[in-house]
Ligand binder design. Structure first.
Ligand code: AMP
Length: 393
């Protein structure tokens, strides 16, 4: 799945439209987390370093096709300017005269940030005229917004049909390279760890990975739908009743394929999902759970999972093993985070909660690849074609 890289294109003196993902959390004009802005810096500095004008475009929030000052990208332009150490010209609109003026003003080596693409309803409709208007601003198109690549929008898909040259930015190329290799030719053993709240969110991922991994380790609330399918007592743990039959089919499939499909063998249970409630560790299957709920994998399970992870050569992890936001239910997730950090393997982490968990465990810098695109990485791992990736040469 080799995509052309921005490095393969001559850029000097050219205008380069870069689709970035600057969909940052904003509160009253203050950026709460600038990770996504930082993640695009390598591509932006490379493009301007080549003597091109970088024209950056992104969506922010859900303004529903109308200008909304609360979702303006203006504060992002200021923050980006600080991070780059150079001025960023802000364009009040992402198409037309305002954009053209800003681009001319910035000139070679300059950086322009266009206003929120989703202020125009045509963006999400992948309208051809709008895509053409975006394309008209530049000579070259670069997509560095992996997190938006699962949507066929004008700036992620349509525009590519109207530009002479297109390529992937460094962030996009990295995501596709890491996730693509894991799915197509992983170093083995390939171990996937899936957790979090719902089986339904990750059903496709489980089904797709069943044919590819050597071991699948399940934790978090999603384990309880499988445990229920096995007839184990689950008390008031989160179960998706409508998926219990599907869970049974998945268990049978996994057994038929002879792969390791691990479910918790012990867990931490409590009456409520709340800090400070009394908690107890029980074996899974122990009827003493009563009407309490399972909120973390237990120490035996954590050790068992860590042992499987220690032998891996490729690890993909998405979703926490328990309610890691509350310390009493965080041990399982922390143990898995440490095991993933310790193993000598290619390790890939996706999903906001797993990213927060490795940060909480203090091991983020010991992970090979942290995938910034939550929904996009799940769709990719689920075997779907991402329109924004497929359209790139
Ligand atoms: P997701 O967004 O699907 O990855 O789910 C993450 C959320 O699942 C986190 O907020 C966790 O607190 C929650 N979670 C994980 N394990 C459990 C559990 N056993 N019971 C309830 N919630 C859980």
């Amino acid at each position: 799945m080799a995509t052309r890289s921005v490095r393969d294109l001559p850029l000097a003196g050219r205008k380069v439209f870069i689709r970035v993902d600057f969909n940052v959390p904003l509160k009253s004009g203050t950026i709460k987390d600038d990770t996504r802005i930082r993640a695009s810096l390598p591509t932006i500095t490379y493009v301007i370093g080549q003597g091109a004008t970088a024209i950056l475009a992104s969506h922010l929030g859900r303004p529903k096709g109308k200008p909304n000052p609360e979702m303006s990208l203006r504060p992002v332009a200021a923050r980006l300017g600080e991070l780059l150490g150079r001025p960023v010209t802000f364009a009040e609109d992402c198409v037309g005269e305002a954009a053209e003026h800003a681009i001319a003003e910035a000139g070679p080596n300059g950086v322009v940030l266009l206003e929120n693409l989703r202020f125009h309803p045509e963006e999400e409709k992948n309208d051809a005229e709008f895509a053409k208007a975006l394309a008209a601003l530049a000579d070259v198109y670069v997509n560095d917004a992996f997190g938006s690549a699962h949507r066929a929008h004008a700036s992620t898909e349509g525009i590519v049909r109207h530009v002479k040259e297109a390529a992937a930015g460094f962030l996009m190329a990295n995501e596709v390279a890491y996730l693509g290799k894991a799915l197509e030719s992983p170093d083995r053993p390939f171990v996937a760890i899936l957790g979090g709240a719902k089986v339904s969110d990750k059903l496709e991922v489980i089904q797709n990975l069943l044919g590819k991994v050597d071991a699948l380790l399940i934790g978090g609330a999603m384990a309880y739908t499988f445990l229920k399918a096995q007839g184990k007592p689950v008390g008031k743990s989160l179960v998706e009743e409508e998926l219990v039959d599907e869970a049974r089919t998945i268990l049978a499939d996994a057994a038929g394929k002879g792969l390791t499909f691990e479910l918790p063998s012990d867990h931490v249970v409590a009456e409520r999902l709340e800090a400070g409630v009394p908690a107890e560790t029980l074996d899974v299957g122990d009827a003493a759970i009563g009407d309490r709920m399972g909120l973390d994998i237990g120490p035996k399970t954590a050790a068992r999972y860590a042992a499987v992870i220690a032998d891996a050569k490729t690890v993909v992890w998405n979703g926490p093993m328990g309610v890691f936001e509350i310390d009493a239910f965080a041990s399982g997730t922390m143990a898995v985070a440490k095991a993933v950090a310790d193993v000598d393997a290619t390790t890939i982490i996706g999903g906001g909660d797993s990213i927060a968990a490795v940060a909480k465990a203090g091991v983020s810098d010991r992970i090979s690849h942290i995938s910034t695109g939550g929904g996009a990485s799940l769709e990719f791992l689920g075997g779907r074609t991402l329109p924004g990736v497929a359209v790139l040469p």
